[in-house]
Design a protein around this ligand. Structure first.
Ligand code: CTP
Ligand code: MG
Length: 228
């Protein structure tokens, strides 16, 4: 069974709010997208990476100099559509193969986290995540309505690892019923499966706002120093 990756990179980065989407911002001497692809491509024996990009985006420059086999394709209007299309472009992929899905906006994936995720894979799949640390409030009009018990609550990260056939079925069904799918696990959970939560590093941050970019630069330097 082969191992593949899909990197959805077709978002517009509305919350980041820059002229160019966040995945094309510079981070060190490369782009955010380059680092995200390069880090997931460290998976041992990876057969290839499908990268879903928006039409007319400068992806060629952003993806140059990577050692993995890269398959760029045009993403969809929603993240879920971008990921589903990616499954179709992996050349020769079989339903029993494994797929890592990794956000283009997460350039700080540690090699050690990737290894632990791959070791945890089973028929229900697995995802990197971290237990919620802050106290959680439900708000309305900027006032606290209640405090939500955080026991058992996790923040979902990427990569997330699933069998290709399972992921395809899950995404197709979620799209068919118009389910709000912000990660692959939520679609797989709708099938009744229970993916493994693999506790990952808190510095596997997703760049969402401009201040996250500076933080990511610090984290990347730390990962490089630690050699992970
Ligand atoms: N994504 C995608 N196709 C879409 C929407 C999002 O491939 N139609 C990707 C983004 O490029 C990103 C990942 O999904 O790598 C996670 O999404 P998010 O962080 O929400 O990025 P954006 O949708 O671009 O940002 P925003 O929600 O602020 O507009
Ligand atoms: Mg979004």
């Amino acid at each position: 069974m082969a191992l593949w990756a899909v990197v959805p990179a077709a978002g517009s980065g509305a919350r980041f709010g820059a002229e160019h989407p966040k995945q094309y911002q510079r981070l060190g001497d490369r782009t955010v997208l380059w680092h995200a692809v390069q880090r997931v491509a460290c998976a041992p024996g990876l057969a290839g990476v499908a990268v879903g990009v928006a039409a007319d985006s400068p992806y060629q420059d952003a993806l140059s100099g990577l050692s993995a086999a890269i398959y760029p394709y045009e993403g969809g209007a929603q993240r879920v559509a971008t990921v589903l299309r990616g499954l179709a472009v992996l050349p020769g992929a079989a339903e029993g193969d494994w797929v890592l899905v990794h956000d283009a906006a997460r350039p700080c994936l540690a090699r050690t986290d990737l290894d632990r995720l791959l070791a945890a894979g089973g028929p229900d799949g697995a995802l990197l995540a971290a237990p919620v640390a802050d106290t959680l409030k439900r708000g309305c009009d900027d006032r606290c309505l209640e405090t939500i018990a955080r026991a058992g609550l996790w923040r979902a990260f990427t990569p997330q690892l699933f069998m290709l056939g399972t992921l395809r079925t899950a995404l197709e069904q979620a799209i068919a019923v118009g389910a709000d799918v912000t990660d692959e696990s939520s679609a797989v959970e709708r099938l009744g499966l229970r993916p493994w939560l693999v506790a990952g590093r808190n510095d596997n941050i997703k760049i969402t706002y401009p201040e996250d970019l500076e933080l990511a630069a610090v984290v990347l330097r730390r990962l490089e120093r630690e050699g992970v």
